[in-house]
Design a protein around this ligand. Structure first.
Ligand SMILES: [Ca+2]
Ligand SMILES: [Ca+2]
Length: 293
């Protein structure tokens, strides 16, 4: 259970810190104000790469006509990893020094079959992950559901200034928060979780749906790609050996995308509204969802 709590705090921290760590932050910007402001500002104005966004693995460069464009980053320009904790394991079972090295390598393989199949599998060096047994797999959603609920409750407790949640969402989580106090946060036996899910089914619907909305961002279309799922999946795999199998089984139709109703079903949420959400975007879906519950 300890790993779940540590991970919970990491993820909550990550979610809160996310806007500050957007890819594409230009180092020139950081320098402004630290040195000679007048000269730096002049540099910023003339730099066409400023605010020019490149996806992970690419960096902005200007061509002969001073037009910005994204090119694959040379892995050797990635900052050296400060420790093993920065290593990542690819789906090719190779350890990369950091996610920067991984995405730069993947970029260089763009257009090839190998590049298409290569994904960031998990955070940390590649290691042996024991197979997930059937009974372990059936327990996984119970703990994961409880954990998703805890993520929201933690955000609610910390959210006073961050506004991660809308007022309506806060009201919804407040109910869960009060219920959670009754259940006593922390270690819950699987029996207790199973009973609580039956008894307080509605409390679990919103956290499951909310997490989907958090991940379904690129694009917001009611489906999760492998990369959209990565922020949740990648840190979890080394700690929870059923993660990979769980998300594989979530993709019930095997099309490599986890649709909203597949996601909900994975967590035991099988309401009829799930079907109606199919054609709605995530944000519309959330509103529709909130009207239904
Ligand atoms: Ca999506
Ligand atoms: Ca699917």
């Amino acid at each position: 259970m300890r790993v779940w709590i540590v991970f919970l705090l990491c993820l909550a921290g990550h979610a809160i810190a996310a806007p500050e760590t957007e890819v594409g932050t230009n180092p020139v910007q950081v320098e402004v104000g630290e040195f000679d402001e007048a000269i730096e500002i002049e540099d910023v104005v003339e730099n066409p790469c400023l605010n020019y966004h490149c996806k992970k693995g690419k960096v902005c460069e200007v061509d002969d006509s001073n037009t910005p464009m994204c090119v694959c980053q040379d892995p050797s320009t990635c900052p050296a990893a400060e420790g093993e904790f920065e290593h990542v394991c690819g789906t090719d079972n190779k350890t990369f020094d950091s996610s920067c090295h991984f995405f730069a390598t993947k970029c260089a393989l763009e257009g090839t079959k190998k590049g298409h199949k290569l994904h960031l599998d998990y955070i940390g060096p590649c290691k042996y992950i024991e197979p997930c047994l059937d009974n372990e797999l059936s327990e996984f959603p119970l703990r994961m559901r409880d954990w998703l609920k805890n993520v929201l409750v933690t955000l609610y407790e910390r959210d006073e200034d961050n506004n991660m949640l809308t007022e309506k969402q806060k009201l919804r989580v407040k109910k869960i928060f009060e219920n959670e106090k009754r259940l006593q946060a922390g270690e819950h036996s699987l029996d207790l979780l199973a009973r609580d899910f039956e008894k307080n089914y509605n409390m679990y619907i919103f956290p499951v749906h909310w997490q989907f909305g958090q991940l379904d961002q690129h694009p917001v279309d009611g489906y999760l790609t492998h990369s959209e799922l990565a922020p949740l999946r990648a840190p979890l795999i080394p700690m929870e050996h059923c993660t990979t199998r769980f998300f594989e089984t979530c993709d019930a139709d095997g099309d490599k995308y986890i649709a909203l109703e597949e996601w909900a079903s994975c967590f035991g949420i099988k309401e009829r509204c799930g079907q109606r959400l199919h054609h709605l975007s995530s944000s519309d879906g959330q509103q529709q969802f909130e009207r239904n519950f």
